[in-house]
Ligand binder design. Structure first.
Ligand SMILES: O=C(O)CCC(=O)C1=CC=C[C@@H](O)[C@@H]1C(=O)O
Ligand SMILES: [Mg+2]
Length: 379
């Protein structure tokens, strides 16, 4: 089958504000309004692809923000995309190479190109990525709760809903006792903790105590830019360390694995700069026997759909953070919404990301719109 290169006619950045059903608390603080960009990309045939920028309003998880994403996309990345036609989405990260970091901005646009590419071929995105799972196993991420008892109640709700793995956010002062209470009530669940870099090696005794609780893993216990101290910590712990914030690329993954800084990697498409880089990390981890799972960034349905497609790859052997739409949203911007049944999401077999964007809901939550047309082609 011949396939003509994609010429992008127009890129629209929809600036969105969606209120989470409940406030989300991590070791960095609490927030409830999720602000982000939906990327809409139209090609010369009128086909449309969607992407999502996952940076937060303030730079607490990484250095990127909603504003920095806007600046980098508008001023640098979109002009590079419009320069010439694109043969394959794998070319996008190459084209962005002259721009350092800003992975979430890059990934948002690359995600829209992947969707567009798959739609032009009338093929589901997951098949284009080489995935084959028809359903994926998912877990849930629970923000820090006021007391161990309240946490255990929240966990109970999600266990009853069937989620396959429970992740609990921790920070100093809200860690061992919290997890112990959960473990006491649920001796057999797959339980893990995410510290979002809230500890240092000085906390080694507390971190070693967590070994008592038979955790599946502890995610990013130490600094967001560290792999050295994590490697020291891993030699002292039975519990596997999973890295999130420290891994931005295949190179980071390789170095962390070679140093023994982690035994598991959380792949977030936005953090590593896109689906192409995510696949490279996945393939490397498969060779090395390192399990991976797909992290979440409190995405709308569009980002969720990309995560689902990626998770169909074989080395995603652990349940990820891609919960159902109704976990966070009163009304998601896709239809059908992402549904979790018994901890499973059925992978849609429609072209591209496999879900339709609900224009009415998109407009309801949209606070701004930026349109960039390709001056090189006639409208
Ligand atoms: O449900 C999700 O989308 C996962 C939420 C989640 O755990 C996180 C989202 C964003 C930053 C962090 O707080 C955290 C993570 O580190 O994985
Ligand atoms: Mg994390």
């Amino acid at each position: 089958m011949t396939y003509s290169p994609i010429t992008i006619r127009e890129v629209t950045l929809h600036r969105m504000v969606m209120r989470l059903k409940d406030p989300f608390t991590t070791s960095f603080g609490t927030f409830q309004d999720r602000e982000f960009f939906v990327i809409e990309m139209e090609d010369e045939t009128g086909a449309i692809g969607f992407g999502e920028s996952v940076a937060f309003l303030s730079p607490w998880y990484s250095e990127e923000t909603v504003e920095s994403n806007k600046h980098i996309m508008e001023q640098f990345l979109i002009p590079l995309l419009l320069e010439s036609p694109i043969n394959h989405p794998d070319e996008v990260s190459k084209r962005f190479e002259s721009i350092r970091r800003n992975h979430m901005a890059k990934s948002a646009l690359e995600g829209a190109v992947w969707d567009l590419y798959a739609k032009r071929k009338a093929n589901p995105l997951y098949k284009e990525l080489g995935g084959s799972k028809q359903q994926i196993e998912v877990g849930i991420s629970i923000g820090i709760q006021p007391t161990p008892k309240e946490l255990a109640q929240v966990v109970e709700g999600f266990v009853n809903e069937g989620y396959k793995r429970i992740k609990v956010k921790i920070k100093p002062g809200a860690d061992y006792e919290m997890l112990k209470e959960v473990r006491r009530h649920f001796p057999d669940i797959l339980l893990m903790a995410d510290a979002n870099s809230a500890y240092t090696l000085k906390d080694i005794n507390l971190l070693k105590k967590l070994d008592e609780l038979d955790l599946m893993m502890i995610e990013q216990p130490l600094a967001y830019d560290d792999i050295i101290d994590h490697s020291k910590l891993q030699t002292e712990l039975v519990t596997p360390i999973c890295l999130d914030e420290s891994i931005h690329s295949l190179e980071d993954a390789r170095k962390a694995v070679e140093l023994g800084s982690c035994k598991i990697i959380n792949i977030k498409i936005g953090r590593v700069g896109g689906i192409t880089e995510s696949k490279k990390i996945h393939d490397y981890c498969a060779q090395q026997g390192i399990p991976v799972w797909c992290g979440g960034m409190l995405e709308s349905g569009i980002g969720r759909a990309h995560n689902i497609a990626l998770t169909t790859l074989p080395q995603f052997v652990m349940p990820g953070d891609t919960a159902g739409s109704s976990r966070y949203w009163e009304k998601d911007i896709i239809q059908p919404e992402v549904i979790v049944e018994n901890g499973l999401i059925h992978v849609p077999n429609k072209p591209g990301i496999g879900y339709e964007v609900n224009r009415q809901v998109l407009e309801q939550y949209r606070v701004d719109k930026i349109v960039r047309s390709n001056k090189n082609i006639l409208a």
